[in-house]
Design a protein around this ligand. Structure first.
Ligand SMILES: Cc1cc2nc3c(=O)[nH]c(=O)nc-3n(C[C@H](O)[C@H](O)[C@H](O)COP(=O)(O)OP(=O)(O)OC[C@H]3O[C@@H](n4cnc5c(N)ncnc54)[C@H](O)[C@@H]3O)c2cc1C
Length: 456
C-alpha cells in the first residue's frame, strides 16, 4: 500500500519525515549505532493530538508503530523497517507541583530533563543512572536507579498516565480510571500505547553524598561478597551497586592506571549529608581504594556523571538476568568474565532489588519480579572503530552463559537484547497471561509490536 505523507503533513503540527526528505538519516537514527532500520515515516510529534493522528494514520495505512522516547533501547525498538515512528523527542516538558510533590512529565523527556526540573524544588523520583535515557521507555519497563531502595522502581512512582492506544483514542489511566491499562503500562513496556505524559510522585531528595570508588581487580571477590550481605539491610537511603569498569582518563584516577579494568562501587546516599559519610565508610573499608570521586553533590550531577561514557553511536549488545542469590559460583563467574571488558564504555552492574521495591505486591503492577534480589546487566558498548562487533558480542554472550545457571530464567525487559524475544514470557514472568489478555483487548492487531512483544 502506498502512503500519502502530504495528507499526514496537513494534520500534524510536528514534523513528518519520509525516505525522500532531507534529514531522513538523522531522523531514523537511534542511540545504538548497530541499528540501521528504514521506517516508512518518522513523525516528530508536538502534542497528544499529533500522537492520536499519527497512530490512526498508521492503522489506516497498515503500518506498524515504533515509539521512541529517549532512543536508548538497546535492541533499537524506537525504530523499525517500514513502520511509522512516533518520535516523542520534542515533547519533553516537566511541570513540578511542589504542593502535592508530583511532576507531570511529557512522554519524550529524559531523566536529565526531569532531574533538572525537580532539583530546584528539592525533589526527585527514581530514575536511571544516565541522564540522557528516556523517562518513557525506562519507566514502562521498570526503572532501576539510585533511589529505588528507598522509593521503589520508577513505575512504582507513577500516579497516572495519558495514553494513546492502538485505535487512536486517548486515555487518562490511573488506579481509578482504566485500571487494567494503568496496571499493564507499569511493567508491560510499550505494548499498550503511546504515553504522552506521566504523573510521578516525588520525594524530598536534593543533594546526595556519593560517587564511584575503584578497587583493585584482585579485591573483586571481597567486594562482591561484601556487597551481597551488606545490601540486604543497609539503610534504604543508600543506593549502591558493583560495576566492572575500565578506568577512563579522568583526573581523579592516577594517570598510569587509565585504561586498566577495576571493580568499582557506585554509591548514592540520599539522606542527611553527614550521615552519608558514615554510611559509605563500610564500602570504602572493603579494601584500599585506587581512586574515588566521592562527596556531596547535587543529585543531577551524579545522574549525569557517566554520560560521557555512552555517547550516541556506540554499538550496544546487552544481556540481563534477575538473581535471587549471589552464590559463590556466580561470583566465580563474575571474577572470570568481568575483567575482560572489551572497551571503556562496557560495564557489568549488579543492581539491588530490595527495600521499597519489595514492599509492592508482585501483582500490584505488571513488574512481577518482586522476589528478585538483584538485577544483573552485562552491558556491551564499544566504539565500532575500536572493537569489532564479533568481539563485543562474544564478551557479553560468554559472560551471560557463565552466569545464567545461577540466575532466574527471566531478566529485566529494559536490558534485554533483540535476540531475547524467546525469553519474553520469562521476562514478564507471572504477569504474562494478564498482560496478554489486556493486549488482546487494546491492541488485537499488534500495532505496537516493536518492543518486548506480547503477541495478542
Ligand atoms: C546508556 C543506557 C543507560 C541505561 N540505564 C538504565 C538505568 O539506569 N536503569 C534502568 O532501569 N534502565 C536503564 N537503561 C535501559 C533503559 O531502561 C531502556 O533502554 C529503555 O528502553 C530506554 O528508554 P528510552 O525512552 O530512552 O528508549 P526508546 O528507545 O526511545 O524507547 C524504547 C521503547 O520503550 C517504549 N517507549 C518509550 N517511550 C515511550 C512512551 N512515551 N510511550 C510508550 N512507549 C514508550 C517503546 O516501546 C520503545 O520502543 C539504560 C539504557 C542505556 C542505553
Amino acid at each position: 500500500m502506498s502512503i500519502n505523507l502530504d495528507t499526514l503533513r496537513e494534520s500534524i503540527r510536528g514534523t513528518v519525515t519520509g525516505p525522500d526528505d532531507d534529514g531522513y538519516d538523522a531522523a531514523r537514527a537511534v542511540r545504538n549505532g548497530m541499528i540501521d532500520k528504514r521506517p516508512a515515516v518518522i513523525v516528530r510529534v508536538a502534542s497528544a493530538g499529533d500522537v492520536m493522528t499519527a497512530v490512526r494514520f498508521a492503522a489506516d495505512s497498515d503500518l506498524s508503530v515504533a515509539v521512541r522516547g529517549g532512543a536508548h533501547s538497546v535492541p533499537g525498538f524506537g525504530t523499525a523497517d517500514d513502520a511509522l515512528v512516533v518520535d516523542l523527542s520534542a515533547m519533553r516538558g516537566v511541570r513540578v507541583d511542589p504542593m502535592t510533590h508530583t511532576a507531570r512529565v511529557e512522554g519524550g523527556a529524559t531523566w536529565g530533563d526531569m532531574n533538572a526540573a525537580t532539583y530546584p524544588f528539592g525533589l526527585a523520583t527514581t530514575g536511571g543512572i544516565i541522564s540522557t535515557t528516556g523517562v518513557g521507555g525506562l519507566t514502562l519497563g521498570g526503572g532501576i536507579g539510585y533511589l529505588a531502595r528507598g522509593h521503589g522502581l520508577s513505575l512504582d512512582n507513577v500516579v497516572a498516565a495519558d495514553v494513546v492506544t492502538a485505535d487512536g483514542s486517548f486515555h487518562v489511566a490511573s488506579e481509578k480510571n482504566d485500571p487494567d491499562l494503568f496496571w499493564a503500562i507499569r511493567g508491560g513496556g510499550g505494548n499498550f500505547g503511546v504515553v504522552t505524559s506521566f504523573e510521578f510522585r516525588l520525594h524530598p531528595v536534593k543533594d546526595i553524598y556519593g560517587g564511584p570508588m575503584f578497587f583493585e581487580l584482585d579485591k573483586a571477590g571481597d567486594v562482591l561478597r561484601f556487597y551481597r550481605e551488606f545490601i540486604q539491610d543497609a539503610p534504604e537511603q543508600l543506593g549502591v551497586f558493583p560495576a566492572y569498569q575500565i578506568a577512563p582518563p579522568l583526573p581523579f584516577i592516577p594517570e598510569d592506571r587509565h585504561g586498566e579494568p577495576f571493580i568499582a562501587m557506585v554509591a548514592c546516599w540520599a539522606g542527611d549529608l553527614e550521615a552519608g559519610e558514615k554510611a559509605l565508610k563500610p564500602i570504602q573499608d572493603i579494601a584500599p581504594r585506587v581512586a574515588e570521586m566521592v562527596g556531596p553533590m547535587p543529585y543531577p550531577v551524579l545522574n549525569s556523571a557517566f554520560d560521557a561514557l555512552v555517547p550516541p553511536g556506540l554499538h550496544h549488545y546487552w544481556k540481563a538476568n534477575f538473581v535471587k542469590e549471589l552464590t559463590d559460583d556466580a561470583i566465580a563467574a563474575h571474577l572470570e568474565h568481568g575483567p575482560k571488558l572489551p572497551a571503556v564504555n562496557s560495564t557489568m552492574h549488579i543492581y539491588p532489588i530490595n527495600g521499597a521495591c519489595h514492599r509492592v505486591a508482585p501483582d500490584a503492577t505488571a513488574f512481577a519480579h518482586r522476589d528478585a534480589t538483584f538485577a544483573t546487566v552485562i552491558a556491551g558498548m564499544w566504539p565500532p572503530d575500536q572493537v569489532d562487533d564479533a568481539t563485543g558480542t562474544a564478551w557479553v554472550r560468554d559472560y551471560y552463559d557463565a552466569t545464567a545457571p545461577y540466575s532466574e530464567a527471566g531478566g529485566y525487559t529494559n536490558f534485554a537484547a533483540e535476540d531475547d524475544q524467546d525469553r519474553v514470557r520469562a521476562n514478564y514472568g507471572p504477569s504474562y497471561d494478564r498482560l496478554r489478555e489486556i493486549k488482546i483487548k487494546l491492541d488485537p492487531g499488534n500495532l505496537f509490536r516493536h518492543n518486548q512483544n506480547i503477541v495478542p
